[in-house]
Design a protein around this ligand. Structure first.
Ligand SMILES: [Zn+2]
Ligand SMILES: [Zn+2]
Length: 432
């Protein structure tokens, strides 16, 4: 019997964890942490006790109590059994904290797979002094054309478009039919064809687990595409007489590269906080310059229109030395603070108001718009659809012939074979 279980991402944005079990073998899809600022009891300023981090997380249910997944010494005497069982493998959709945040705790004998870009990003974060909680990762590269066997299951990785390179969805072919998992995806990015191809490749799956981040928003609000973000950035650089500050999410490497090029075209240099510059250089981005110590406040003050300065909240006081005021501009392009749900959002607004710097939002979501989610589900035409990674799963409206199931935390869902929608499975009992 094939079973699905949801260990995270249920009724909340992020922290996805989906367990697929077949014949005593287990495929775990993602092992994310809650988004900073949204986490529950262990939220700043409270920190886990050194040496007891995973135990504390397990105790307050901020890590799932999955047997034979974590390193033995990290779980200790209480909690689930540590160490691998030779029957479990973990697959990562992409390198965002809500999908990979807990993988530093995974036992060395539990294999972990992800795209080459995901591995490169994890390596770059470690090299830049931003390691994962728990310890170094041991993720192996899984090619798209490289199906892998986990007991009776075959797992295939599919590239999708998201706001991080190497984002992937998966097909888990089980003895009872296929479970498809979207990871995070969108159709308004630079590679919509990848996301469309994913939907076609999983067509007729017995179950599709799909993210639904944007379902909570206004369904009629238009979604800006990435070329529009580039255009807004270029316009802002051209029209601002003074210094431009920005907050761009550094893991969105494609946008980093696009902005570097646009800034060069506008005769401005982007200066990065040192930790971000180390990460970008370690990932392989060329031409990355830092503000301090590479450039001095005097140098920037001499030619404010020649620079764009990326901020980091922890070193925000550095901007006190810069020539800022009404002739300058702050551009928010999906960097930290990510949004009003983070306490530092208001803090940033207070700083900008104090310094008289106008604020403009030019980013776009990494997640498919509601209409696009509905289009993708219709294309995939699964027997059942499970909306995950959303606060409002009931807003996902399935097409005729697809049964929507609102997942509940920790409950087991038997996989029902697809009912004649291109699946090779025999028609059987309907979804439970
Ligand atoms: Zn996510
Ligand atoms: Zn993501």
């Amino acid at each position: 019997m094939t079973k699905l279980r949801f260990e995270g991402g249920v009724g909340s944005i992020g922290s996805s964890k989906v367990m697929v079990e077949d014949g005593g073998f287990r495929v775990l899809l993602d092992l994310g942490d809650a988004i900073p600022g949204e986490r529950g009891l262990l939220m700043a300023p409270v920190v886990s006790r050194p040496g007891s981090e995973l135990r504390d997380r397990l105790r307050v249910r901020e890590a799932p109590a999955i047997e034979h997944l974590y390193r033995r010494e990290a779980v200790g005497e209480v909690g689930p059994e540590g160490g691998g069982d030779g029957r479990t493998a973990l697959f990562l959709s992409h390198c965002h904290i809500d999908h990979v945040g807990l993988i530093g705790w995974v036992a060395d004998d539990v294999p972990i797979y992800g795209s080459a870009e995901t591995v490169r990003m994890l390596d770059a974060l470690e090299a830049a002094g931003e390691p994962l909680e728990g310890g170094p990762h041991h993720v192996q590269v899984l090619g798209e054309d490289q199906p892998i066997q986990v007991g009776p299951m075959t797992v295939v990785r599919h590239a999708v478009d998201h706001d991080v390179e190497g984002a992937s969805g998966y097909s888990v072919h089980t003895t009872q039919g296929t479970v498809a998992y979207s990871g995070d995806l969108r159709l308004h990015g630079r590679h919509p064809e990848l996301t469309e191809r994913f939907a076609r490749r999983v067509r007729g799956a017995a179950a599709l687990v799909i993210e639904g981040t944007t379902l909570s928003g206004d369904p009629s609000a238009p979604m800006r595409d990435e070329p529009a973000v580039d255009r807004l950035f270029a316009e802002a650089l051209a029209q601002t007489p003074g210094l431009v500050l920005m907050s761009l999410y550094p893991r969105d490497i494609e946008r980093v590269r696009a902005f570097l090029q646009l800034a060069r075209g506008a005769h401005r240099r982007i200066l990065w906080p040192e930790p971000m510059a180390r990460f970008l250089a370690a990932y392989g981005v060329v031409g990355v310059e830092t503000y301090l110590p590479q450039r001095s406040p005097a140098e920037v003050s001499h030619d404010p229109a020649g620079f764009v300065i990326q901020i980091a909240m922890e070193s925000l006081a550095d901007i006190l030395d810069l020539p800022l005021g009404p002739g300058s501009l702050f551009l928010h392009a999906n960097g930290e603070p990510l949004g009003p749900f983070q306490p530092s959002w208001q803090l940033l607004q207070n700083w900008l108001r104090f310094l008289d710097v106008p604020f403009r939002s030019i980013g776009t979501s990494g997640h498919a718009a509601p209409d696009d989610l509905h289009h993708l589900v219709a294309e995939a035409a699964p027997a059942t659809v499970y909306p995950l990674h959303t606060a409002d799963p009931f807003r996902l409206l399935p097409p005729p012939g697809t049964v929507r199931i609102l997942p509940r935390y920790g409950r087991e869902y038997p996989l029902a074979p697809a009912l004649g929608r291109g699946s090779e499975q025999d028609a059987g009992a309907g979804p439970k």
